[in-house]
Design a binder for this molecule. Structure first.
Ligand code: 13P
Ligand code: SF4
Length: 348
Protein backbone atom coordinates (compact mmCIF):
# COMPACT_ATOMS: atom_id res chain seq x y z
CA UNK A 1 0.00 0.00 0.00
CA UNK A 2 0.96 3.64 -0.32
CA UNK A 3 1.18 4.01 3.46
CA UNK A 4 3.48 1.03 3.68
CA UNK A 5 5.73 2.40 0.94
CA UNK A 6 5.84 5.82 2.58
CA UNK A 7 6.72 4.26 5.91
CA UNK A 8 9.59 2.30 4.33
CA UNK A 9 10.97 5.38 2.55
CA UNK A 10 10.95 7.29 5.85
CA UNK A 11 12.59 4.41 7.63
CA UNK A 12 15.41 4.09 5.10
CA UNK A 13 15.94 7.85 5.03
CA UNK A 14 16.30 7.87 8.80
CA UNK A 15 18.71 4.95 8.70
CA UNK A 16 21.03 6.69 6.23
CA UNK A 17 20.71 10.20 7.69
CA UNK A 18 22.92 12.75 5.92
CA UNK A 19 24.65 9.99 3.96
CA UNK A 20 21.59 10.00 1.72
CA UNK A 21 20.44 13.08 -0.19
CA UNK A 22 17.29 13.30 -2.30
CA UNK A 23 17.01 16.31 -4.62
CA UNK A 24 13.62 16.73 -6.31
CA UNK A 25 12.74 18.92 -9.27
CA UNK A 26 9.61 21.07 -9.04
CA UNK A 27 8.02 18.98 -11.82
CA UNK A 28 8.14 15.79 -9.73
CA UNK A 29 5.02 14.18 -8.33
CA UNK A 30 3.89 15.12 -4.80
CA UNK A 31 4.33 11.51 -3.69
CA UNK A 32 8.05 11.95 -4.40
CA UNK A 33 8.53 15.62 -3.54
CA UNK A 34 7.34 14.96 0.03
CA UNK A 35 10.60 13.05 0.57
CA UNK A 36 12.97 15.50 -1.13
CA UNK A 37 15.71 17.06 0.97
CA UNK A 38 15.80 19.95 -1.45
CA UNK A 39 13.35 20.97 -4.14
CA UNK A 40 14.24 23.41 -6.83
CA UNK A 41 14.52 24.28 -10.47
CA UNK A 42 17.41 23.09 -12.58
CA UNK A 43 19.75 25.81 -11.37
CA UNK A 44 18.99 25.36 -7.68
CA UNK A 45 19.44 21.60 -7.93
CA UNK A 46 22.77 21.96 -9.73
CA UNK A 47 23.96 24.36 -7.05
CA UNK A 48 22.70 22.11 -4.26
CA UNK A 49 24.53 19.11 -5.74
CA UNK A 50 27.75 21.10 -6.03
CA UNK A 51 27.52 22.18 -2.38
CA UNK A 52 26.75 18.80 -0.88
CA UNK A 53 29.97 17.20 0.33
CA UNK A 54 28.43 14.90 2.89
CA UNK A 55 26.10 12.53 1.08
CA UNK A 56 27.41 9.21 -0.12
CA UNK A 57 24.27 8.50 -2.14
CA UNK A 58 22.35 11.07 -4.12
CA UNK A 59 19.04 9.64 -5.24
CA UNK A 60 18.05 12.11 -7.90
CA UNK A 61 14.34 12.69 -8.46
CA UNK A 62 14.33 14.42 -11.79
CA UNK A 63 15.43 13.46 -15.29
CA UNK A 64 18.60 11.89 -16.67
CA UNK A 65 20.48 15.07 -17.65
CA UNK A 66 20.00 16.46 -14.13
CA UNK A 67 21.42 13.30 -12.58
CA UNK A 68 24.39 13.54 -14.96
CA UNK A 69 24.97 17.13 -13.86
CA UNK A 70 24.80 16.07 -10.22
CA UNK A 71 27.36 13.33 -10.90
CA UNK A 72 29.71 15.78 -12.58
CA UNK A 73 29.47 18.38 -9.82
CA UNK A 74 29.96 15.98 -6.92
CA UNK A 75 33.11 14.15 -5.92
CA UNK A 76 34.17 10.70 -7.01
CA UNK A 77 33.05 8.89 -3.89
CA UNK A 78 29.51 10.27 -4.12
CA UNK A 79 27.18 8.06 -6.09
CA UNK A 80 24.26 9.46 -8.06
CA UNK A 81 21.28 7.19 -8.62
CA UNK A 82 18.30 7.75 -10.93
CA UNK A 83 15.30 5.74 -9.67
CA UNK A 84 14.10 4.99 -13.21
CA UNK A 85 16.46 4.98 -16.19
CA UNK A 86 13.55 5.75 -18.49
CA UNK A 87 13.31 9.24 -17.00
CA UNK A 88 14.92 11.01 -19.93
CA UNK A 89 14.10 14.33 -21.56
CA UNK A 90 12.85 14.55 -25.12
CA UNK A 91 14.41 17.97 -25.53
CA UNK A 92 17.86 16.79 -24.43
CA UNK A 93 17.53 13.91 -26.90
CA UNK A 94 17.03 16.38 -29.75
CA UNK A 95 20.73 17.25 -29.83
CA UNK A 96 23.16 14.38 -30.09
CA UNK A 97 26.88 14.86 -30.11
CA UNK A 98 27.48 13.59 -33.65
CA UNK A 99 24.94 16.02 -35.03
CA UNK A 100 26.55 18.78 -32.99
CA UNK A 101 30.07 18.01 -34.25
CA UNK A 102 28.78 18.03 -37.82
CA UNK A 103 26.94 21.31 -37.24
CA UNK A 104 30.00 22.91 -35.69
CA UNK A 105 32.18 21.99 -38.61
CA UNK A 106 29.77 23.54 -41.07
CA UNK A 107 29.15 26.62 -38.94
CA UNK A 108 32.90 27.22 -38.72
CA UNK A 109 32.98 27.11 -42.52
CA UNK A 110 30.24 29.72 -42.75
CA UNK A 111 31.17 32.04 -39.89
CA UNK A 112 34.80 31.25 -39.05
CA UNK A 113 35.87 31.59 -35.44
CA UNK A 114 33.13 34.02 -34.41
CA UNK A 115 30.71 31.69 -32.60
CA UNK A 116 30.42 30.72 -28.96
CA UNK A 117 28.26 27.71 -28.07
CA UNK A 118 25.85 27.89 -25.15
CA UNK A 119 23.73 25.00 -24.02
CA UNK A 120 20.65 24.87 -21.88
CA UNK A 121 21.35 22.47 -18.99
CA UNK A 122 18.61 20.33 -20.53
CA UNK A 123 21.21 18.55 -22.66
CA UNK A 124 23.40 15.48 -22.42
CA UNK A 125 26.76 15.57 -20.66
CA UNK A 126 28.44 15.08 -24.05
CA UNK A 127 26.88 18.30 -25.37
CA UNK A 128 27.95 20.15 -22.23
CA UNK A 129 31.48 18.81 -22.81
CA UNK A 130 31.44 20.04 -26.42
CA UNK A 131 30.37 23.48 -25.20
CA UNK A 132 32.97 23.52 -22.42
CA UNK A 133 35.77 22.60 -24.83
CA UNK A 134 34.80 25.42 -27.14
CA UNK A 135 34.84 28.15 -24.50
CA UNK A 136 31.07 28.25 -23.89
CA UNK A 137 28.83 27.74 -20.90
CA UNK A 138 25.64 26.09 -19.76
CA UNK A 139 22.56 28.16 -18.96
CA UNK A 140 19.31 27.50 -17.14
CA UNK A 141 16.00 29.24 -17.64
CA UNK A 142 16.79 31.30 -14.51
CA UNK A 143 20.03 32.77 -15.83
CA UNK A 144 19.75 32.54 -19.62
CA UNK A 145 19.64 36.32 -20.05
CA UNK A 146 22.71 36.92 -17.95
CA UNK A 147 24.60 34.13 -19.69
CA UNK A 148 23.67 35.32 -23.17
CA UNK A 149 24.93 38.80 -22.24
CA UNK A 150 28.15 37.22 -21.02
CA UNK A 151 28.43 35.17 -24.23
CA UNK A 152 28.26 38.33 -26.37
CA UNK A 153 31.25 39.73 -24.47
CA UNK A 154 33.19 36.66 -25.68
CA UNK A 155 32.16 36.27 -29.31
CA UNK A 156 30.04 38.01 -31.86
CA UNK A 157 27.73 35.05 -32.52
CA UNK A 158 26.05 32.43 -30.36
CA UNK A 159 25.02 28.85 -31.12
CA UNK A 160 22.25 28.03 -28.63
CA UNK A 161 21.46 24.35 -27.94
CA UNK A 162 19.07 22.53 -27.79
CA UNK A 163 15.92 24.63 -27.09
CA UNK A 164 15.12 27.08 -29.85
CA UNK A 165 12.40 28.71 -27.76
CA UNK A 166 14.46 29.56 -24.69
CA UNK A 167 17.20 30.80 -27.04
CA UNK A 168 14.84 32.91 -29.14
CA UNK A 169 12.91 34.33 -26.19
CA UNK A 170 16.09 35.26 -24.34
CA UNK A 171 17.81 36.83 -27.34
CA UNK A 172 14.62 38.74 -28.19
CA UNK A 173 14.52 40.10 -24.62
CA UNK A 174 18.05 41.34 -25.08
CA UNK A 175 17.01 43.24 -28.19
CA UNK A 176 18.24 40.87 -30.91
CA UNK A 177 15.75 41.21 -33.78
CA UNK A 178 14.14 38.00 -35.04
CA UNK A 179 15.65 38.42 -38.50
CA UNK A 180 19.13 38.22 -36.98
CA UNK A 181 18.36 34.75 -35.66
CA UNK A 182 18.56 31.56 -37.69
CA UNK A 183 17.63 27.97 -36.99
CA UNK A 184 20.09 25.11 -37.21
CA UNK A 185 18.31 22.01 -38.52
CA UNK A 186 20.25 18.98 -37.26
CA UNK A 187 18.39 16.61 -39.57
CA UNK A 188 19.28 18.36 -42.83
CA UNK A 189 22.52 19.82 -41.37
CA UNK A 190 21.50 23.20 -42.79
CA UNK A 191 20.98 26.72 -41.54
CA UNK A 192 17.38 27.93 -41.98
CA UNK A 193 16.86 31.68 -42.13
CA UNK A 194 14.93 34.41 -43.84
CA UNK A 195 16.43 37.69 -44.92
CA UNK A 196 19.29 38.56 -47.15
CA UNK A 197 22.68 38.29 -45.53
CA UNK A 198 23.99 35.32 -43.60
CA UNK A 199 26.70 37.53 -42.05
CA UNK A 200 24.00 39.45 -40.20
CA UNK A 201 22.94 36.41 -38.20
CA UNK A 202 24.07 36.65 -34.58
CA UNK A 203 22.06 33.91 -32.88
CA UNK A 204 21.84 30.37 -34.24
CA UNK A 205 19.08 28.36 -32.57
CA UNK A 206 19.25 24.57 -32.50
CA UNK A 207 15.95 23.16 -33.75
CA UNK A 208 14.86 21.51 -30.51
CA UNK A 209 11.92 22.09 -28.20
CA UNK A 210 10.15 20.82 -25.10
CA UNK A 211 7.26 18.53 -25.89
CA UNK A 212 5.46 19.66 -22.71
CA UNK A 213 5.72 23.41 -23.16
CA UNK A 214 4.87 23.30 -26.87
CA UNK A 215 1.34 22.34 -25.78
CA UNK A 216 0.62 25.89 -24.65
CA UNK A 217 -0.73 27.73 -27.65
CA UNK A 218 -1.87 31.11 -28.91
CA UNK A 219 -5.38 29.65 -29.01
CA UNK A 220 -5.20 28.86 -25.28
CA UNK A 221 -4.26 32.49 -24.62
CA UNK A 222 -7.01 33.88 -26.85
CA UNK A 223 -9.52 31.72 -25.02
CA UNK A 224 -8.44 33.03 -21.58
CA UNK A 225 -8.43 36.65 -22.82
CA UNK A 226 -11.99 36.21 -24.04
CA UNK A 227 -13.44 34.29 -21.10
CA UNK A 228 -11.39 35.66 -18.18
CA UNK A 229 -10.13 39.11 -19.18
CA UNK A 230 -8.81 39.87 -15.68
CA UNK A 231 -6.69 36.72 -15.51
CA UNK A 232 -2.89 37.06 -15.55
CA UNK A 233 -1.06 34.74 -17.93
CA UNK A 234 2.37 33.50 -16.89
CA UNK A 235 4.43 31.02 -18.91
CA UNK A 236 7.81 29.29 -18.98
CA UNK A 237 10.27 30.52 -21.67
CA UNK A 238 10.33 27.02 -23.19
CA UNK A 239 7.00 28.12 -24.73
CA UNK A 240 7.07 29.58 -28.24
CA UNK A 241 7.86 33.26 -28.93
CA UNK A 242 4.23 33.91 -29.93
CA UNK A 243 2.95 32.48 -26.64
CA UNK A 244 5.55 34.33 -24.55
CA UNK A 245 4.84 37.53 -26.51
CA UNK A 246 1.11 37.37 -25.74
CA UNK A 247 1.55 36.45 -22.05
CA UNK A 248 1.76 38.94 -19.23
CA UNK A 249 4.80 37.34 -17.64
CA UNK A 250 7.38 34.73 -18.62
CA UNK A 251 10.15 33.17 -16.59
CA UNK A 252 11.75 30.08 -15.15
CA UNK A 253 10.08 27.62 -12.85
CA UNK A 254 11.43 29.53 -9.85
CA UNK A 255 10.20 32.83 -11.26
CA UNK A 256 6.70 31.41 -11.70
CA UNK A 257 6.63 30.11 -8.12
CA UNK A 258 7.91 33.41 -6.72
CA UNK A 259 5.33 35.40 -8.71
CA UNK A 260 2.44 33.27 -7.51
CA UNK A 261 3.66 33.41 -3.92
CA UNK A 262 3.91 37.20 -4.06
CA UNK A 263 0.53 37.64 -5.79
CA UNK A 264 -2.36 39.30 -3.92
CA UNK A 265 -5.17 37.06 -2.65
CA UNK A 266 -8.07 37.04 -5.07
CA UNK A 267 -5.90 37.45 -8.16
CA UNK A 268 -6.34 35.07 -11.10
CA UNK A 269 -3.59 33.20 -12.90
CA UNK A 270 -3.34 30.94 -15.93
CA UNK A 271 0.00 29.14 -15.84
CA UNK A 272 1.82 27.66 -18.81
CA UNK A 273 4.13 25.05 -17.36
CA UNK A 274 4.30 21.42 -16.26
CA UNK A 275 1.22 19.91 -14.61
CA UNK A 276 2.66 18.71 -11.29
CA UNK A 277 3.95 22.19 -10.53
CA UNK A 278 0.68 23.86 -11.57
CA UNK A 279 -1.30 21.43 -9.38
CA UNK A 280 0.98 22.11 -6.42
CA UNK A 281 0.52 25.85 -6.86
CA UNK A 282 -3.26 25.36 -7.03
CA UNK A 283 -3.18 23.34 -3.78
CA UNK A 284 -0.89 25.75 -1.93
CA UNK A 285 -2.69 28.94 -2.97
CA UNK A 286 -6.38 28.39 -2.43
CA UNK A 287 -6.75 32.17 -1.90
CA UNK A 288 -5.96 32.72 -5.61
CA UNK A 289 -7.69 31.37 -8.67
CA UNK A 290 -5.13 29.31 -10.56
CA UNK A 291 -5.65 27.24 -13.71
CA UNK A 292 -3.44 25.59 -16.29
CA UNK A 293 -3.19 27.71 -19.44
CA UNK A 294 -3.97 24.54 -21.38
CA UNK A 295 -7.08 23.04 -19.77
CA UNK A 296 -5.84 19.55 -20.65
CA UNK A 297 -3.00 19.95 -18.13
CA UNK A 298 0.43 19.09 -19.53
CA UNK A 299 2.42 16.44 -17.70
CA UNK A 300 6.07 15.71 -18.40
CA UNK A 301 5.77 11.97 -18.89
CA UNK A 302 9.45 11.30 -18.28
CA UNK A 303 9.53 13.30 -15.04
CA UNK A 304 6.51 11.25 -13.99
CA UNK A 305 8.43 8.01 -14.44
CA UNK A 306 9.86 8.66 -11.01
CA UNK A 307 7.13 7.67 -8.60
CA UNK A 308 6.91 6.34 -5.07
CA UNK A 309 7.48 2.67 -6.05
CA UNK A 310 10.61 3.58 -8.05
CA UNK A 311 11.95 5.78 -5.27
CA UNK A 312 11.42 3.00 -2.75
CA UNK A 313 13.00 0.45 -5.09
CA UNK A 314 16.14 2.61 -5.36
CA UNK A 315 16.30 3.11 -1.59
CA UNK A 316 15.74 -0.56 -0.79
CA UNK A 317 18.60 -1.36 -3.14
CA UNK A 318 20.90 0.90 -1.14
CA UNK A 319 19.70 -0.68 2.06
CA UNK A 320 20.75 -4.09 0.72
CA UNK A 321 24.08 -2.65 -0.38
CA UNK A 322 23.18 -3.02 -4.07
CA UNK A 323 23.66 0.00 -6.24
CA UNK A 324 21.50 0.00 -9.34
CA UNK A 325 20.88 2.77 -11.83
CA UNK A 326 24.03 4.65 -10.94
CA UNK A 327 24.72 7.52 -13.31
CA UNK A 328 28.41 7.73 -14.14
CA UNK A 329 29.65 10.27 -16.65
CA UNK A 330 33.03 9.31 -18.18
CA UNK A 331 36.00 11.25 -16.82
CA UNK A 332 37.00 13.18 -19.94
CA UNK A 333 33.41 14.26 -20.61
CA UNK A 334 33.11 15.38 -17.01
CA UNK A 335 36.30 17.42 -17.24
CA UNK A 336 35.14 19.35 -20.30
CA UNK A 337 31.51 19.67 -19.21
CA UNK A 338 32.51 21.02 -15.81
CA UNK A 339 34.26 23.90 -17.61
CA UNK A 340 30.86 24.87 -19.08
CA UNK A 341 29.02 24.36 -15.78
CA UNK A 342 31.63 26.32 -13.80
CA UNK A 343 31.43 29.26 -16.21
CA UNK A 344 27.73 29.38 -15.44
CA UNK A 345 28.04 28.88 -11.70
CA UNK A 346 30.70 31.63 -11.56
CA UNK A 347 28.35 34.06 -13.30
CA UNK A 348 25.25 33.54 -11.15
P1 13P B 1 13.83 24.94 -15.02
O1 13P B 1 13.89 24.04 -13.86
O2 13P B 1 15.19 25.50 -15.34
O3 13P B 1 12.81 26.01 -14.97
O4 13P B 1 13.54 24.03 -16.32
C1 13P B 1 12.34 23.52 -16.63
C2 13P B 1 12.44 22.19 -17.22
O5 13P B 1 11.87 21.90 -18.23
C3 13P B 1 13.24 21.20 -16.56
O6 13P B 1 13.29 20.11 -17.32
FE1 SF4 C 1 12.50 17.81 -20.83
FE2 SF4 C 1 10.37 19.41 -21.17
FE3 SF4 C 1 10.23 17.35 -19.50
FE4 SF4 C 1 11.74 19.48 -18.88
S1 SF4 C 1 9.52 19.45 -19.09
S2 SF4 C 1 12.29 17.33 -18.67
S3 SF4 C 1 12.47 20.06 -20.93
S4 SF4 C 1 10.55 17.23 -21.73
Amino acid sequence: TTEEMERRVKEIKEKFGTKLYIPGHHYQKDEVVQFSDVTGDSLQLAQAAALNKEAEYIVFCGVHFMAETADMLTSENQKVILPDMRAGCSMADMADIDQTDRAWEKLQMIFGDTILPLTYVNSTAAIKAFVGKNGGATVTSSNAKKMLEWAFTQKQRILFLPDQHLGRNTAYDLGVPLDKMAIWNPITNELEYEGNHVEEIVVILWKGHCSVHENFTVKNIEHIRKTEPDMNIIVHPECSREVVGLSDYAGSTKYIIDMIEAAEPGTKWAIGTEMNLVNRLIQNHSDKKIVSLNPFMCPCLTMNRIDLPHLLWALEGLEKGEISNQIVVPEQITKDAVLALDRMLANV
